[in-house]
Write a protein that binds this ligand. Structure first.
Ligand code: B12
Ligand code: SF4
Length: 629
């Protein structure tokens, strides 16, 4: 790998890309796609699954903050990538990837070297936790830090400028194949997390330091308003914001200042963000609702997980208080902790179900390289033989078990995880109904509040509930069981009563939604229209960009180009069939040896520190030279 050199030549052209579609090819985990809900959260909910492609914000941030002309590609096909490489003379091609998409990177690098042999290849993103031994043959530069500063150094551009925030919305959720016309804004307030949970990739990537993109609550607020203005200029309607900051509520002073600004502004916001129980416990539920949080992703992990982030308010109280104010929760649970056996997992899951999150994620306890947990299992030689010999990196996705466990075999734990996703759906019903229920509660409880901001929030929630009514109808008909169907019917009746009469359009939508649900079921079964579409953006281009590319393209299928999408789907099916009929030894096994991942890193400098309580039997303690190889 080349040392980073400084360029004297200005305006070198940069191509930044995500990994290529299609996702879900042979050997690829079905959670590894371009969506969050459908792949990891509502994956067992069939037609009720929420569909939303999330763009790769890292490359939008990089493109916005460099001076060189740049093109950004979100989810190109290989053909589209080749076309781009041939169309221009790129000096650099940067790829964002994660561990489980590294096989795609290897293929892309072959294409880049063939079609743009002079381009230097930069690898960035959390896939770079892989050791140099694996990455070096595929890269000229590897970025294992905050990427804006890295790119500015590489291109010899001005450093230390304030970070600019790109206008990088994503389409609002598509449900039963019906695409809402609104968009969801995005803002990253900072990277990394000081909590240092032993398995956490992002926390240890930044060595347990928080890297703020916005330092004060006022800056965050102003930026959200600025993004809203940009949306207005483009004629976009933003229904909400996704707000990336690992534990927003932990930084009490900043979050409080943000709250003051929202109060001053007097307009309710609609945010989805991340917050630990510890962070959330520093604020009252009213304050969290006033800040504008609609959905909070919070960790449930496991009852005895022992992470400091789980300390704080009683969970039952926290969830109930937030739900009462229309704040829904996305709870993530981990299975496969050393203390868990099947009964224990089920007990903990029962508790989670009683908390009634609107959205649930259940992942297997596993370790990314450069985390303390990874060090521990490597040192203890606990990787299963196949992962020691040649780990399949495509399965670094939270849906496969990599180590020996005292109580579970890998197939047992993976089957249990699958069962829990199914149970979540069967016990609590479709997430869309759960969400509308929380919004409706929020509306009813806040509409007479003496706090004007909360009253305004109630109004927004009511609009949301009204517009979501057709979404409940398929749940009344096709819900997973009688209880779920009657729960949906009860909610429909309550909302209907509150609404009074239904407009003709609303009636039509209520009739149309089951038909769309049937079409969705068919498309899901045939696996057509499931892939994202290419979003291509030019930055500082010398050629005149004729028209703005619609962000909705990201959702693929009918939002992009249905004929092309269908042709691609069919092509993929033929390839899959070919692989099935003429199985050959896995190319991955033949050509690529990844055992460096399950060996201890060569340098003692890479040691990392975790935060398990010292009383926890799984606590590995502070880094110690005695554990160096
Ligand atoms: C949004 C998100 C998604 C989105 C979008 C993914 C994407 N391609 O960006 C969706 C929902 C699609 C997604 C899916 C998955 N994700 Co995800 N995702 C995230 C999340 C929450 C935020 C990422 C983000 O946008 N941050 C904001 C941007 C601005 O910051 P950034 O990404 O850190 O980028 C900065 C630097 O890292 C660097 N950088 C990044 N890329 C590049 C590229 C170049 C060339 C350079 C120079 C620098 C650079 O510069 C940027 C600016 O400083 C992170 C967790 C987190 N909090 O970071 C997980 C995370 C990235 N996801 C992860 C995983 C595992 C997945 C999945 C495999 C899901 C699964 N089954 O487990 C799939 C894979 C999908 C895919 N196609 O790659 C892991 C990756 C761990 C790893 N080492 O592999 C993370 C870290 C979560 C975690 N803690 O485990 N994800
Ligand atoms: S709280 Fe733990 S898991 Fe969550 S981001 Fe921070 S270190 Fe990672």
């Amino acid at each position: 790998m080349e040392e980073m050199r400084v360029n004297s030549e200005p305006a070198r052209k940069v191509l930044l890309t995500s990994v290529c579609r299609p996702f879900g090819g042979p050997g690829e985990g079905d959670s590894v796609g371009a969506e969050l809900f459908h792949a990891q959260v509502t994956r067992a909910q069939g037609i009720f699954s929420l569909r939303q492609v999330i763009r790769c914000w890292a490359i939008d941030y990089l493109a916005e903050n460099i001076e060189a002309p740049c093109v950004v590609l979100h989810y190109p096909s290989e053909r589209e990538l080749i076309r781009e490489l041939k169309a221009d003379h790129y000096h650099y091609v940067g790829i964002n990837f994660v561990v489980s998409t590294f096989h795609k990177v290897r293929r892309m690098v072959t294409l880049i070297r063939k079609h743009a042999p002079h381009a230097k290849i930069i690898l960035g993103g959390y896939g770079t936790v892989l050791p140099d031994e694996l990455l070096a043959p595929f890269a000229d530069h590897v970025c294992r830090e905050e990427g804006i500063g890295f790119m500015q150094r590489l291109l010899d551009e001005d450093k230390g400028k304030p970070i600019l925030h790109p206008y990088a919305p994503i389409p609002a959720i598509r449900l039963y194949s019906f695409q809402q016309p609104t968009k969801v804004g995005h803002l990253t307030a900072g990277l990394g997390c000081p909590n240092g949970c032993d398995f956490c990739c992002t926390s240890h990537f930044f060595k347990r330091k928080y890297v703020p993109f916005l330092k004060t609550g006022r800056e965050i607020y102003e930026e959200i308003r600025a993004i809203e203005r940009k949306a207005g200029e483009r004629g976009d309607v933003l229904s909400s914001f996704i707000f990336i900051d690992e534990d927003f509520f932990l930084y009490k002073k900043r979050a409080r200042e943000f709250l003051d600004c929202v109060r001053e502004g007097g307009k309710p916001l609609s945010l989805m963000g991340f917050g630990s129980v510890r962070g959330l416990s520093q604020f009252s539920a009213d304050e969290i609702a006033e800040m504008g949080f609609d959905t909070i992703w919070t960790a449930f992990e496991g009852v005895e997980a022992g992470y400091g982030k789980l300390d704080g308010k009683n969970l039952e109280e926290l969830y109930a208080d937030l739900n009462w104010r229309g704040v829904s929760l996305l709870s993530s649970m981990i299975v496969g902790f050393p203390y868990q056996d099947s009964n224990r997992v089920r007990e903990e899951f029962d508790r989670l179900m009683k908390l009634g999150p609107s959205l649930t994620q259940i992942l297997i306890y596993f370790a990314f390289p450069r985390t303390p947990f990874h060090e521990k299992v490597v040192a203890e030689k606990r990787y299963l033989p196949e992962y020691q010999r040649n780990p399949d990196l495509r399965r670094w996705d939270g849906f496969s078990m990599h180590f020996e466990h005292p109580k579970f075999s890998a197939p047992e734990l993976e089957a249990l995880q699958k069962e829990l996703y199914k149970q979540d759906f069967e016990r609590l019903g479709p997430s869309i109904v759960r969400l509308v229920r929380v919004w409706f509660e929020g509306y009813k409880n806040l509409r007479h509040s003496s706090n004007p901001l909360l009253r305004a929030r109630a109004e927004e929630k009511w609009e949301l509930v009204r517009s979501s009514l057709p979404g409940i109808v398929p749940a009344m008909l096709f819900g997973p069981n009688r209880k779920a169907r009657s729960g949906a019917r009860a909610l429909f009746r309550e909302v209907r009563k509150e609404m009074g009469s239904l407009s003709a359009v609303a009636r039509l939508k209520c009739i149309g939604s089951p038909i769309l649900a049937i079409w969705t079921s068919l498309a899901n079964r045939l696996r057509v229209f499931q892939q994202p579409g290419l979003l291509r953006i030019e930055h500082r281009s010398r050629t005149v960009v004729k028209r703005q590319v619609s962000v909705m393209r990201l959702q693929g299928g009918f939002q992009a180009n249905p004929i092309a999408a269908l042709a691609e789907d069919l092509n993929q099916k033929v390839r899959d069939l070919w692989t099935h009929v003429f199985p050959k030894r896995d190319r991955f096994e033949e050509e690529f040896l990844a055992s460096a991942v399950t060996r201890l890193p060569d340098s003692g400098d890479d040691r990392v520190e975790g935060t398990r309580r010292s009383t926890d039997p799984a606590y590995i303690g502070p880094p110690s030279p005695s554990r160096a190889p």
